[in-house]
Design a protein. Sequence first.
Length: 115
Amino acid sequence: MLLLKRQDEVLDDVSDSLALVTYPALVELADLLGKAADAVRAGHTEAAQALIANILETTMKNHANAWIRRTFPSVEYQGAPGTRHHRTLAGATSGPANPRDLTLLSSTTTWPCGA
């Protein structure tokens, strides 16, 4: 409810943060996220959600494996064998065999940083 009450402030903050992205591999994705924020402002929340889901999938596929290895070097990491999608989630968690069954609340992963 709080996010809905402060939606304009949140979207402004998101837009301001996205404007700071300069890493070349992420600039295009940041621009698309800005368009998703614009879609929310225009009342097209379903379109924004679909775009954000696509951006998340692309980001996970292209950047998450390296980020996990770099951020958690002491964790033995193996992607899910024989899969392409959700390899990062399946390999980084000890949760359900089907990543569609994974939720943040059901994840049993213990992160080295204590998070």
